[in-house]
Design a protein around this ligand. Structure first.
Ligand code: ADP
Ligand code: ASP
Ligand code: MG
Length: 439
């Protein structure tokens, strides 16, 4: 069985949903994972922001606008009165629930329940549409099988057992539709897999059912060799290894959720990135095959803080790095890039929630300096250290740009550079020109 995930743009209107129907209507049994219709998650978060600010009037206005959009979608989507009436009944119930948040205390708990409505709405509408078109599809509630633990990690055993039971209970269905992004947490509350997390849902589901393939359908023809929103002349990468794709996703290629490759990699399930608007395009196939000696793509991760700590006694000192990393560990703050020298170490973090506490602790063991508003630029490909020349090509591309850190050797798949946020665009452009677009 295949798992197909369609993102927000792919289900963003009635006509897009009809396109999705054309793609999936090929007689094969499959699991379809949907995001919220594009704009909905942002709208729900905006409503939440007004409710936090105790402004229910503006929240209600936004809710009315959102509701109108959904009623319009129903008008355009269904042919029969029978199905449109059922959809409208369901919409009314969802929006009554959404409005109930304007009348009570609003906390993070309520926000998570509110934001989950996006995926619940899109899957409800789409499943009814499939039924109207004569497909025996069944809506599987993600909240019945997707659960995270206290560390916000997915509970894969629980997922496998509960999803398998649901599939067995609905064995005669032609197709299954479920929500991406949403889950329950360790306390039984509604939660989610963080923004863009529907990709992660799809790969977790794919791994849980040992799918033949996981397809991520979006609004572009696969992973491009650079961020198409920032750089001219990007082109799709036909093949990536799991490791290359994981690096690109983690280091900012928005087309994939940062952690969505790992479940597929562990379960050895190929992942295909495909374009709903251009279904015949090859897209990107992510598998365990590596194309030798090729630099594949560049990505950028923003909002990075660099911290340097110098110790007078780093020379021949042992235990210094352990003490440094214990501080990050105790504040549950992951470190991304690391560069060391004889006198000190530089590290980057993207979560600066505990920055001040971390700095206070670090100052006890050395001299500390901080650079905020930095960007990690990550160059990915088959960069085995025995291959020669790729380092100089990368460094040559950025010869006019101030680089705060360079890191290579942590894996065979990436070189990372740390630059100022204001230099992000020209660094990405320079790398594209030098690495991919030279005559
Ligand atoms: P979806 O809503 O389908 O999940 P996303 O907006 O999350 O779609 O991801 C697709 C978008 O990712 C593309 O429209 C593109 O602008 C952006 N993107 C950023 N970097 C890349 C890249 N390297 N390759 C392809 N798309 C990228
Ligand atoms: N709807 C969620 C978001 O906008 C999840 C997703 O689209 O993947 O972040
Ligand atoms: Mg996405």
């Amino acid at each position: 069985m295949k798992v197909l995930k369609f993102g927000g743009t792919s289900v963003g209107s009635a006509s897009r949903m009809k396109q999705v129907y054309n793609i999936i209507n090929n007689g094969e049994k499959k699991i379809v994972v949907l995001s919220a219709m594009s704009g909905t998650t942002n709208a729900l978060l905006e409503i939440a922001a007004y409710l936090y600010k105790k402004n229910p009037d503006t929240a209600n206005e936004l809710i009315n606008n959102l509701e109108l959009k959904y009623f319009r979608t129903v008008d355009e989507l269904y042919e029969s009165k029978e199905y449109s009436s059922q959809a409208i009944e369901n919409l009314k119930a969802h929006f009554e629930y959404i409005r109930s948040f304007t009348k009570k205390l609003f906390t993070l708990f309520e926000e998570k329940a509110l934001v989950a409505q996006g995926e619940l709405l899109s899957t409800m509408l789409f499943n009814l549409y499939l039924n109207e078109r004569g497909i025996k599809s069944v809506l599987l509630p993600a909240l019945d099988f997707m659960r995270i633990n206290k560390n916000a990690e997915p509970e894969t055993q629980y997922l496998r057992e509960h999803l398998t039971a649901l599939l067995e209970a609905n064995a005669d269905a032609d197709m299954y539709v479920t929500q991406g992004f949403i889950c329950l947490n360790a306390y039984g509350e509604v939660d989610n897999l963080t923004r863009g997390g529907s990709d992660y849902s799809a790969s977790l589901i794919g791994a849980a059912v040992a799918a033949d393939e996981i397809q991520i359908w979006t609004d572009i023809d696969g992973m491009h060799n650079n961020d198409p929103r920032v750089v001219d002349k990007t082109s799709p990468v036909s093949f990536l290894s799991f490791d290359e794709a994981a690096e690109l996703a983690y280091f900012g290629a928005k087309i994939l959720h940062p952690t969505c490759i790992l479940p597929a990699k562990l379960a050895k399930i190929p992942v295909r990135l495909l374009n709903t608007m251009q279904p015949e395009a090859h897209g990107t196939l992510i598998s365990n095959k590596t194309e030798m000696h090729k630099i594949k793509a560049v990505a950028a991760k923003e909002n990075i803080t660099a911290i340097k700590i110098k110790s007078g006694r780093m020379l021949l000192a042992y235990g210094f790095l352990r003490r440094v990393f214990e501080i990050f560990e105790s504040y549950q703050t992951p470190v991304d890039m690391i560069c060391t020298s004889e006198v000190g170490v530089s590290m980057t973090i993207d979560n600066d929630k505990h920055l001040n506490e971390i700095l206070d602790e670090l100052k006890k063991i050395g001299t500390v300096s901080v650079d905020k508003d930095m960007v990690i630029i990550c160059v990915v490909g088959d960069l085995d250290w025995e291959n020669v020349g790729f380092e100089s090509r990368v460094v040559d591309a950025v010869k006019d740009i101030p680089v705060r850190m360079i890191s290579y050797g942590g894996s065979n798949y990436n070189i990372s550079l740390l630059v100022k946020a204001e230099d992000k665009q020209r660094t990405l452009q320079a790398l594209s020109t030098h690495l991919f677009n030279q005559a």
